[in-house]
Write a protein that binds this ligand. Structure first.
Ligand code: G3I
Length: 346
């Protein structure tokens, strides 16, 4: 691993990276610990990861590995994710006989109870195993709901929300409930501090740099805040490509600046297309330089910035071209230099 200026020493906000247990040993771990001070489980704290075949709750071995690693190395953990339309067991949305839950009062109560139990079990296991939140537990934030905004405008009613199973059965209320249950589970039960909430509760979504989605996201967050829903933070995934101007990301962050929330960049990656050339790798370096200059300008409003993977080949978007800061030999790309010092070829 190269002896380079740690990224985390150049930012005023925690610098996060999404990983699984492959990054917790050997040179990958060495690279991670040099540059990052926060981790997110790329897959193993998603709803389905917490359940075995017979539907019983148990932490996934990888969730245990990542939490142990965070404790051993003094890293923060940004949790991902309590409620999602994807990677959630089908039985969440089914009655005991396997038929889909309906919108009857009885069925809605079944789903509300499942949601509450799920949130309680996750928060309870984390607190019981790793200590009180805000008092030694490495978890500092959690995505409470992920990707609940619709990709296109919806009508009847035009609430801009994704038509998921959660939505079909409970309507918009599932979002309020998820935050209320998380508020209780992550705070009242396990760390009644009375001070600042020890685990920031986030809503998270993608394409928030695009105007239509951004309008719908903003409108939803406003509604939640007006109803007193305990949303602390707005997450922007920012899965983008080089053709996306950094100014669009600036606009996205500025769009929420007047609201009483913090914000986070939760899943940053920037594809360069193919073929991979020196020229587009350098262009990517300039992109990251400009983006991080902007993030530093917004440091007061930014909870953290997370890149969605450590090395290019491990990215979910590897096929779309080298989206991260380090290559597969763990060497710093121009993107790294863009982030830390802007020292790039002309
Ligand atoms: O674990 C199995 C493995 O046993 C099997 O051999 C292999 C064969 O395909 O699949 C493995 O599971 C895959 C898993 O990643 C772990 O690698 C799943 O198929 C694959 O679907 C899953 O993809 C993840 C995706 O979420 C699922 O929706 C990506 O790694 C992960 O980067 C991605 O992350 C999401 C965020 O959670 C939310 N925002 C968008 C982001 C990108 O899609």
């Amino acid at each position: 691993v190269q002896d380079l200026l740690p990224i985390k020493d150049t930012t005023d906000f925690p610098m996060g990276v999404a990983i699984d247990d492959r990054e917790t040993t050997g040179p990958a771990s060495e690279l991670l610990l040099r540059h990052f001070d926060q981790i997110t489980a790329e897959n193993h704290m998603k709803p389905e990861a917490w359940y075995d075949e017979d539907r019983s709750f148990r932490p996934h071995p990888q969730a245990v590995a990542l939490m142990d690693y965070a404790v051993a190395n003094d890293l923060d953990v940004y949790g991902h994710v309590l409620v999602w339309h994807s990677q959630t067991p089908d039985w969440f949305f089914q009655a005991a006989d396997g038929t889909p839950l309906t919108t009857s009062a009885t069925d809605q109560e079944i789903l509300r109870e499942r949601l509450r139990t799920h949130v309680d079990d996750v928060a309870g296991w984390l607190a019981d195993t790793y200590g009180e939140f805000g008092a030694g537990n490495p978890v500092t934030a959690f995505d409470v709901v992920n990707e609940v905004v619709n990709d296109g405008a919806t009508s009847d009613p035009d609430d801009g929300l994704r038509r998921s199973e959660w939505y079909r059965i409970l309507g918009e209320d599932f979002i309020d409930l998820a935050f209320q249950y998380a508020d209780e589970a992550f705070n009242t039960t396990h760390a009644a501090t009375g001070a600042d909430r020890p685990v920031k509760l986030f809503i998270n979504d993608y394409n928030t740099e695009q105007s239509g989605k951004q309008d719908r996201y903003r409108a939803l967050v406003e509604r939640l805040l007006e109803r007193g829903v305990p949303v602390d933070g707005v997450g922007h995934q920012f899965h983008v490509s080089l053709s996306m101007p950094v100014s669009a990301l600036t606009t996205a962050l500025d769009r929420f600046a007047d609201l009483p929330v913090t914000q986070a960049v939760t899943e940053l990656d920037v594809t360069i297309g193919s073929p991979e050339t020196d020229a587009n790798l350098v262009e990517q370096g300039y992109w990251f330089r400009d983006a991080f200059a902007m993030f530093r300008d917004h440091a007061d409003d930014l909870f953290s910035v997370t890149v969605w993977g450590l090395t290019d080949g491990r990215s979910w978007r590897a096929d779309s071209g080298a989206p991260l800061l380090f290559d597969d030999r763990m060497q710093a790309k121009p993107a790294y230099h863009g982030v830390v010092d802007g020292d790039l070829p002309a």
